[in-house]
Design a protein around this ligand. Sequence first.
Ligand code: PLP
Length: 436
Amino acid sequence: MTSVDSPFWGPDFRELQSTDPQIAEVLLGELDRLRGGLQLIASENFTSPAVLAALGSTLSNKYAEGYPGRRYYGGCQQVDRAEEIGQERARQLFAQPGTDIHVNLQPHSGASANLAAYAALLKPGDTVLAMSLPHGGHLTHGAKVSFSGTWFQPVPYTVRRDTELIDYDEVRDLALTHRPTMIITGATAYPRLIDFARFREIADEVGAWLVVDAAHFIGLVAGQAIPSPVPYADVVTFTTHKVLRGPRGGMIVCKPELAKRIDKAVFPFLQGGPLMHAVAAKAVALQECLQPAYRDYARQVIANAQALAEALAAEGMRPVSGGTDTHLALLDLRELGVTGSQAETRCDRARITLNKNAIPYDPQPPMTASGIRVGTPAVTTQGMTEGDMKEVASLIGRAVRDADGSATNDVGTAVGALVARHPAYARPGQATGLRA
Ligand SMILES: *Cc1c(COP(=O)(O)O)cnc(C)c1O
């Protein structure tokens, strides 16, 4: 068998530099950006060198339409193993004791996983009850610009004005009125836990499928830091690159009786050949999630988000719903008289990367927005803890209030010093801050 030194063919950066210096420079520039700034986008993380090795492998070359053991191409012995190993690891992570689940590792992205769930369970024109986009839902939950709002009938549910929490009574009322074929829950900007049991009850009452889009928080479930939607949902869709810390991609976990419908929806209904390098990298990430250290990581992600939300509150930014139970917080900036878009720009010039975000009942249009969203998956992977979050909050506070840019240099320098103590993708000879 080929061993690593005989030689192993994988990413050869010097080769790229000599054949395509322009793109090599982009890669180096991006690495500098990651190393030199604070990455607080709630949907981003730093993958491990092992995941990157699988992603940069010759598995990218292989056509493997179909599923392990029943492919439309020959030569799939090795990639079959990668997919089966990945499925087995997902079962270990997500199946409840004594129950079985089906796993599909092939969706190219979270949006593709959602499209597959719609395709498996619905016909065009069917009604879908889903979280309103301005209240934290995803584009694939019924936005007009997405397939979900064009080919299906979305009915949006919202959060309450007073608590900024999902209004389960409203969800039930809407379900009884509109009789959706599918209810989808999960969000991109909801900092609290979702009551999956309550959603199951409502779905059962009206005979709807329950799909949980766990894209954001599935990593916290894998790390056993928050309750799992798997016992309640018919289908759970998610991305593999957010808290879960794997390669960019999607995944689906479903009840065994839906296995065929889900598999057929992914291939051949909406995709062709799977990205087998990404499937292998997903397997690597799932193995990392099975380690005890990943459980510590997941808990620390939440502790950091809570510390960050609290410290930002002290800076005059109001945490929507009063705080967070997860990896992200949504901050209302109206008291500071700064819009989300201004805050995003001001932070960006000081090397703090975060995004503007609508808050519930936002008076501003989405491109302006009254809030920002911050997440702790990446900084926690770098090894930062609650004490660092206080410093991060103070740096954000200074950047957000810095209308004329006079503090940009000082804040940027402080950001540089902070991340140098916890390097992401350490330079040779530098101690790595990366958590196992
Ligand atoms: C990120 C996200 C998606 C989409 O994932 P992509 O990989 O960007 O397509 C879908 N649903 C939710 C709730 C998300 O947060």
